[in-house]
Design a protein around this ligand. Structure first.
Ligand code: UDP
Ligand code: MG
Length: 337
């Protein structure tokens, strides 16, 4: 009996968004690696509403590799982390490994992650040895890593690298979380007891381009910040009181000067007042923006919309259509040239 027919021990979860050029090589390399590990496995490929041929390639791969590859097709783009969660919900393995579809995380590094798991770790992160990303990306993620380390108390060096392994219990815990903005590595660490990190190689993206535009990155950073802590809110009131105190001192100073030097001095000091005013305005706007970030997320959580919407799950020759109406729409779309 081949390894993947039994209940899998290892599940790979791969989010895919417009990666048609990378998929054939990805599938080939992942299959080789999983076969070499020699334990029952499944490769779950989640199509995050790609607009290229990715869905079709995943469908074909799932049909050709009965049981070894499972395609989860979301009906539109929900974002990388929602896609990974959809993959988690589908996964059955004792150990779940996530990686990117763009081959920046070489699948050959997967066995390295499994060693610490077998020694009892709940979460195994990875550090990119020779990170192949732009200067801006490297600096922004260094900043993020520091923040996350402070707030979760878990020491990990590279939160940006999605080549990670999780034990089943951590996956189950994450699936119980219902907040809409999730950042998986941080969420996992808030449940993990024992964690470890391994060094992995990082390749340059050869096909297609990064799916994270400047704005999407900013969005991700806010997700990360608000999902892990409400500390910035407290910081706001602290900064607010400090500034209010300073403002009080300033007005006292201005009043004294006015009394000593007379009204003429005060009229010339008008720009000082303006500058103070602008400081306060700026801080207020900043504070309101940050409050808005939290309120926006509360709003989304209260609405409790599903994080993703599965259109179809393809495994072997069976497809289990979960949303029939959408499926019929999709099939008409696929018939178009
Ligand atoms: N991805 C996704 N949905 C999105 C954006 C990205 O599923 O909305 C996938 C993408 O296909 C890739 C992974 O997430 O497998 C990481 O994306 P990308 O390589 O563009 O990010 P970067 O390496 O630039 O951080
Ligand atoms: Mg990438």
């Amino acid at each position: 009996m081949s390894e993947h027919v039994k209940k899998p021990w290892l599940s790979l979860v791969i989010p895919v968004f417009n990666e048609a050029q990378n998929l054939p090589e990805l599938v080939r390399r992942c299959l080789t690696v999983c076969h070499n590990i020699g334990k029952p496995f499944e490769i779950i490929m989640v199509n995050d509403g790609s607009r290229d041929d990715s869905a079709q390639i995943i469908r074909t791969a799932a049909e050709e590799n009965d049981g070894a590859i499972v395609g989860v097709l979301l009906n539109r783009n929900f974002g990388q982390h929602a896609a990974v969660l959809a993959g988690f919900a589908q996964s059955r393995g004792e150990v779940v490994v996530t990686l990117d579809a763009d081959l920046q995380n070489p699948p050959e590094e997967i066995p390295k992650l499994l060693l610490p798991i077998e020694q009892g770790c709940d979460v195994v992160g990875s550090v990119r040895i020779n990170r192949q990303d732009s200067m801006f990306r490297r600096w922004s993620s260094r900043l993020v890593n520091k923040g996350v380390q402070k707030s979760t108390g878990v020491m990990m060096h590279d939160y940006g690298c999605m080549l990670r392994a999780y034990r089943r219990s951590i996956i189950e815990a994450m699936l119980k979380c219902h907040e809409r903005s999730t950042f998986i590595p941080v969420l996992a660490n808030s449940f993990a007891n024992k964690t470890d990190e391994v060094m992995v190689a990082h390749a340059e993206r050869t096909q297609g381009e990064s799916k994270y535009s400047f704005w999407k990155l900013i969005n991700l950073q806010f997700d990360l910040l608000t999902s892990m802590t409400t500390f910035p809110l407290r910081l706001l009131s602290l900064a607010g009181s400090a500034l209010a105190g300073m403002g009080f001192l300033f007005s006292f100073l201005l009043l004294t000067m006015r009394l000593i030097y007379g009204a003429a001095w005060a009229a010339e000091g008008i720009f000082t007042i303006f500058s103070i005013l602008f400081i306060f305005l700026g801080v207020q706007l900043l504070a309101m923006g940050l409050l808005g970030e939290y309120i926006g997320r509360i709003y989304n959580d209260v609405r409790a919309r599903p994080r993703y919407f599965i259109q179809d799950v393809v495994s072997g020759n069976k497809t289990d259509a979960q949303v029939t109406s959408l499926l019929s729409k999709e099939s008409t779309r696929q018939e178009l040239p």
